[in-house]
Design a protein. Structure first.
Length: 372
């Protein structure tokens, strides 16, 4: 037991020695920190002393300068007193200087405002330049693409419009012709029914007259149809003549040759009266003659008039304005169309002499319905 206690006592002694070492280390660390601070303070004191020496030297220099400036001020004051400058002149001078300073400040302020405006303008111009550069780099390409797309779409729409317009014109023309045809057929049917109803209560002569009117209406319709066809044919011929006249509008000198054997003829009463007797389809132009008001042959006179009224070309001219001067009529015979021969039925209708018309209210009413 005694040995165990001794061992325990030895351990406690060792612990005390370790605690003393830690305390000593802390003290040594604190001492080192304090030494460093002391060194820093010594260095700061040294710097302050050096600055103090420099400031003392500067103070001496400044004192000397102050003494010299004071001497100068005293001498200037004495000189000023010698010049006898009064208070009003000083006040006016100060006032002028203050006004000049104000004007100078106003000018400086105005210059500052102008500079501000210039800076604003510069900022605006720079922003516009940025906008234009952006447009040049990005927006312009996109707008060009959009314009090209719109142009393609516009061309496509124009093509579609032309196709649709042609189709609609054709369809409207066909529908209009169909509608007019249907209306004409209905009107004709109603007219026919009305005429048949009216004809039931009429006498024999009136019925014959109605049939003749019906026949004349049909003939008029056929003649109108023929007239339309002839008008269309005439329109085509006129168009061809216009095209040919456009081609012949400029005639060369080689085309201005006038022929000697030119015939100009006109109808006379003898040919018309003898036409039914001769019943010939061709008439010899040698038997005809040109007649003047004095009733004598004037064939040579007509040729002379043509030659006189024709404009002669000079050697420098290559073309003429109108092709009428190159008119040349040749031939010895002329084809004649006889009048149409009437049939027996048409002769009967032409020789028909109806009786006296019976003017009754019933017939007037029927005729008014027919005309409506």
């Amino acid at each position: 037991m005694a040995d165990k206690k001794k061992k325990g006592g030895g351990k406690k002694g060792k612990k005390k020695k370790g605690g003393e070492n830690v305390y000593e280390a802390l003290l040594a660390y604190k001492i080192s920190v304090i030494d460093k601070e002391l060194e820093e303070w010594r260095y700061k004191i040294y710097q302050i002393e050096e600055d103090n020496e420099q400031l003392n030297g500067r103070d001496a220099v400044l004192r000397e300068e102050c003494a010299t400036s004071m001497k100068k001020l005293v001498t200037n004051a004495l000189q000023f007193d010698k010049e006898n400058i009064s208070y009003p002149t000083v006040h006016a001078t100060l006032h002028d200087k203050v006004e000049a300073a104000k004007h100078e400040e106003a000018g400086i302020k105005e210059i500052h405002d102008q500079m501000l405006q210039v800076e604003i303008e510069i900022f605006k111009v720079r922003s516009q330049i940025k906008h234009f550069l952006k447009y040049r780099d990005y927006t312009r390409i996109e707008e060009l693409k959009a314009i090209q797309a719109l142009e393609k779409e516009l061309a496509y729409m124009i093509d579609n419009y032309s196709v649709l317009s042609k189709y609609f014109e054709k369809s409207t023309k066909d529908e209009r012709s169909q509608i007019t045809k249907l209306t004409d057929e209905k009107i004709e049917q109603k007219r026919k029914t009305v005429s048949e109803r009216v004809a039931l209560g009429l006498d024999r002569y009136t019925k014959k007259m109605l049939s003749e009117n019906e026949y004349m209406r049909k003939e008029i319709a056929t003649r109108k149809q023929e007239l339309r066809e002839l008008e269309d044919y005439l329109f085509d011929l006129e168009q061809k003549n216009i095209d040919m006249s456009e081609k012949l509008n400029i005639a060369h000198r080689t085309d201005t040759v006038t022929y000697v054997n030119t015939f100009m003829t006109e109808f006379n009463d003898d040919m018309i009266t003898n036409f039914d007797r001769d019943s010939s389809l061709e008439v010899d132009l040698g038997q005809l003659s040109l007649r003047s008001n004095q009733e004598h042959h004037t064939f040579n006179k007509v040729l002379d008039n043509i030659l006189e009224n024709t404009t002669d070309l000079t050697n420098e001219e290559e073309t003429i304005v109108s092709p009428t001067t190159t008119l040349c009529l040749e031939g010895t015979r002329m084809h004649m169309i006889p009048p149409p021969q009437l049939s027996e039925e048409e002769d009967k209708f032409s020789e028909f002499n109806p009786p006296t018309w019976i003017d009754t209210p019933h017939i007037k009413q029927a005729l008014s319905r027919m005309t409506v």
